[in-house]
Design a protein around this ligand. Sequence first.
Ligand code: SF4
Length: 165
Amino acid sequence: MSLDPAQFREPLLALYSDLDEEIRRLAPVCELSGRCCRFEEYGHTLFLSAPEAALLIADAPSPTRPLDDGATCPWQDTQGRCSARDARPIGCRVYFCDPLYQDHAPLVSEAFIGRLKALVEALELPWDYAPLHRHLRPFFEAAPQGDAPSINLVVMNEISDFDRT
Ligand code: SF4
């Protein structure tokens, strides 16, 4: 199912903004290790909902690297930084390596996933909570052969197709 981010961009970005404010209040330390985005190496998986994935795909710049089977994120640049910061999902915003923050992370995550679920239900959107690479696979496979995946273009085509049906 294609999702039009225009349906939910404003409230979802407002939710992200509140989450960022909460993270600023807690002030975890980020040493730019990049491990949050190297999932397999550090033993975690980035899960996100369908609306978060649709917003990421629509609003982030084209990925800097190819999609793999869930080992890494295609938006991590060669310096280990995120190239999709404004559009990144809740899981990315909540995750920090700082040991002093580890007790807070589950509580913040639970609170904001709860708010996201309420938003998804209110707008009657699909939830489809799944690993990042599963959401991205259809868009990368639809990218023109030999091109770096320009998924902004692909999602616009998908939206156009959706509008026509
Ligand atoms: S979207 Fe950004 S922060 Fe999230 S996993 Fe990818 S590179 Fe890391």
